[in-house]
Design a protein around this ligand. Sequence first.
Ligand SMILES: Cc1cc2nc3c(=O)[nH]c(=O)nc-3n(C[C@H](O)[C@H](O)[C@H](O)COP(=O)(O)OP(=O)(O)OC[C@H]3O[C@@H](n4cnc5c(N)ncnc54)[C@H](O)[C@@H]3O)c2cc1C
Length: 381
Amino acid sequence: MNRTRAWCAHEPRRSAWVPGLSVPSRSLEPVQELHDAPLAPLTTFRLGGPATRLVTATTDAEVIDVVREADANGTPLLLIGGGSNLVIGDKGFAGTALVIATKGFELDGTTLELAAGEVWTDAVARTVEAGLAGVECLAGIPGSAGATPIQNVGAYGQEVSSTITEVIAYDRHAGETVVVPNADCAFSYRRSRFKADPDRYVVLRVRFRLEDADGLSAPIKYAETARALGVEPGDRVPLTAARETVLKLRTGKGMVLDPEDHDTWSAGSFFTNPILTDQQFTAFHARVREHLGDGVEPPAYPAGEGHTKTSAAWLIDKAGFTKGYGTGPARISTKHTLALTNRGGATTEDLLGLAREVVAGVREAFGITLVNEPVTVGVSL
Ligand SMILES: Cc1cc2nc3c(=O)[nH]c(=O)nc-3n(C[C@H](O)[C@H](O)[C@H](O)COP(=O)(O)OP(=O)(O)OC[C@H]3O[C@@H](n4cnc5c(N)ncnc54)[C@H](O)[C@@H]3O)c2cc1C
């Protein structure tokens, strides 16, 4: 199927009916604005130089005003939520960096609407408290609600694409607010329409349909979570048990933010899991045997017709980059091979140097080129 054509065929609906958003007018309060402001403190890596202008917007109207102004002036724009998936260059960002700090948690039955600036993990906790299932295994993922559709965040057997019904966004090309239904979001593994077209959409709100399963979770899909809960995959468990178990598993891997723990000064997984065609997988399998000996089976998960997903963490580890690898201020996490971390005092160039070394090592050992998951700003691998 021609993907581009499919997207064009589904132009998002105009959203004149979205309460409070129909005609974005100038906001009453001036937005908070700084100049030559460091971006490092706004990222979980604590890396990146200054932005020419740093603006914080707390209402949808403010967000739209700042975006419109930047676009009208031809000023480069960087959107920032929680900064947990950003690698910003040491030179910083020449343009307007806009921090989206809008608030809004509206629950109506099983329908949830979150403002883009809501803290995602807190919103998950509130849905669990409300007895609703669907996002409980996404507890502990840092960042904002508005960024969750960008890379279709997922963990422990859940992805937001399963529960999002609509994304309300400001379309910078059309100059208006649009409603993008789930079917038009082009969600796939760590991808979406929004990630594919990064300079077009500013997510303002995200709507979810959750499930009332009498205090029980959605069926537990992930084997590790099921094991930790002492149930079989497919079973349901009390919502709080699911959330707490996931948080415990994540904490053990340095995947829950903790300012004291440098293993969490990261962007979570630095590389996506490679998806290989059957032909590529056969070639990869041969390289594994060559490199590691007969009888070693690489991880392999079905990933759609004719495709297999393998594990980036496994590749990195088997290529010799084990937990804690590195001698400089940027090193592999001591708890998870897939997280590159700032041990304090690193620069973005230190981090990229490590990332490039890992990519080259994995390519040499297995013929696979790893792709970074976080968004890079002003730099590339
Ligand atoms: C310790 C740790 C663990 C993690 N674990 C996971 C995990 O399990 N699963 C997972 O999927 N991810 C994980 N991540 C990655 C990250 O938390 C998610 O991708 C998260 O959704 C990013 O949200 P954010 O608000 O911090 O986005 P940011 O880092 O601020 O931005 C990321 C990208 O989204 C864009 N963006 C942000 N807000 C908007 C908006 N409102 N509209 C349009 N574009 C926007 C930015 O411009 C940028 O391109 C982890 C990160 C860390 C540090």
